[in-house]
Design a protein around this ligand. Structure first.
Ligand code: ADP
Ligand code: MG
Length: 354
């Protein structure tokens, strides 16, 4: 991975005026994607993600701001140069957008029409692209004969036909089941590695980001509220929305829901505290818990544990009930913090209180 910027958006505003209504879909967004990044843009529906990425290839003209792609000022291009620039930016979507009356091979061939390749070269190119996405056997089939995951592979092959340097994936896995989603994400990761393809991955699921992205931006109400490299964002999220996305992706929210439902059985008081411990890198849970007992006679009962591997870095999460004298608990907390562990006191709501 280099640090050469391939996409630079600066102070982008997109404002829509519709039937007397004004919608500020994107507000003052700046974003730099480096060559070779798999950059995740995550946010709920309506956050402005699609509008923002459509600015990259000028499918959407921004109301304000500048767009630099591959060293070109996209907003200054004439229509011929824009068409040329767009061939270097592939796009895939949730609903695949395949032509149903044409074979798989014809779908992939479509963007090559009117280009420089001869008929034979095009045939070879299509065969190569289908091989790349593992669909050689399906060349003469029609889209209706394919599963969702296979259709998305066709869309990927088609998006790669003109050897783009950038692939924009707008919710491309949102209509797929989890297993198929993982397979498509793995394919994107492989294309990133093998072809040096830069990927911008738009999604409402942090799980997808977690699997393959090295960078992530979180969007809310038209703004990027937090962005950075994946491990930093996952280990030190600042915004509540980012924390919520992460806690869902790491199954913490699901675990907490169960724990809170049975909170009354935990006997929480000032001697029994429910806490979340989060650590990055080589720290492991077992020695820590032994250490807390040896030093402070604090007993830790693990209710939930999880280790994620993000970009080869382990990120551990534990939910424990710590039992001990209040002043010893305090010292134990300090010990954890000094060891670089993020510790959060969890307070279940009282039963019956919404
Ligand atoms: N062409 C348009 N005209 C008017 N409003 C639009 C248009 N496109 C998007 N919007 C609005 O802009 C906001 C952001 O939409 P969008 O970029 O599609 O969000 P996301 O992709 O994060 O779901 C929404 O409020 C949406 O209704
Ligand atoms: Mg969208």
């Amino acid at each position: 991975m280099t640090n050469e910027a391939i996409i630079q958006l600066k102070d982008i505003d997109v404002t829509f005026h519709n039937k007397g209504q004004t919608v500020e879909a994107v507000k003052k967004v700046s974003l730099t994607v480096n060559r070779g990044d798999i950059y995740g843009v995550v946010g709920y529906s309506g956050a402005g993600k699609s509008t923002l990425v459509r600015v990259i290839n000028r499918l959407q003209k921004p109301t304000a701001g500048s767009v630099d792609v591959n060293g070109q000022d996209i907003l200054a291009l004439n229509s011929h140069d824009l068409r040329e620039a767009r061939t270097k930016i592939g796009m895939i979507f949730q609903h695949f957008n395949l032509m149903n009356s044409r074979t798989i091979a014809d779908n992939v061939d479509y963007p090559l029409k009117g280009g420089k390749l001869s008929r034979t070269e095009r045939k070879e190119k299509v065969a190569h692209l289908l091989d790349l996405v593992g669909l050689t056997e399906k060349a003469t089939d029609y889209p209706a004969q394919l599963s969702g995951g296979q259709k998305q592979r066709v869309a990927i092959a088609r998006a790669l036909a003109n050897d783009p340097e950038i692939l924009i994936s707008d919710e491309a896995t949102s209509a797929l089941d989890p297993k198929t989603t993982s397979a498509i994400l793995e394919l994107l990761k492989r294309l990133n590695k093998e072809l040096g393809l830069t990927v911008v991955l738009i999604t409402h699921e942090m799980e997808a980001v977690k699997e393959i992205c090295n960078k992530v931006a979180v969007m809310e109400d038209g703004e990027i509220i937090e962005c950075g490299d994946l491990v930093t964002i996952f280990s030190q999220p600042k915004q509540p929305l980012t924390k919520d996305f992460i806690n869902t992706a790491t199954q913490i929210n699901q675990a907490l829901e169960k724990i809170y439902r049975q909170a009354s059985t935990l006997g929480l008081d000032d001697h029994h505290q429910l806490v979340q411990l989060q650590y990055v890198g080589a720290t492991t849970d077992a020695p820590l818990i032994t250490e807390l007992y040896k030093r402070y006679e604090v007993v830790s009962n693990i209710l939930y544990g999880n280790v994620e591997i993000l970009q080869d870095t382990p990120l551990g999460n534990l939910i424990v009930v710590m039992t001990g004298e209040p002043d010893k608990l305090k010292a134990a907390w300090q010990y954890c913090q000094d060891a670089g562990i993020t510790i959060t006191h969890l307070k279940p709501k009282k039963p019956g209180v919404a």
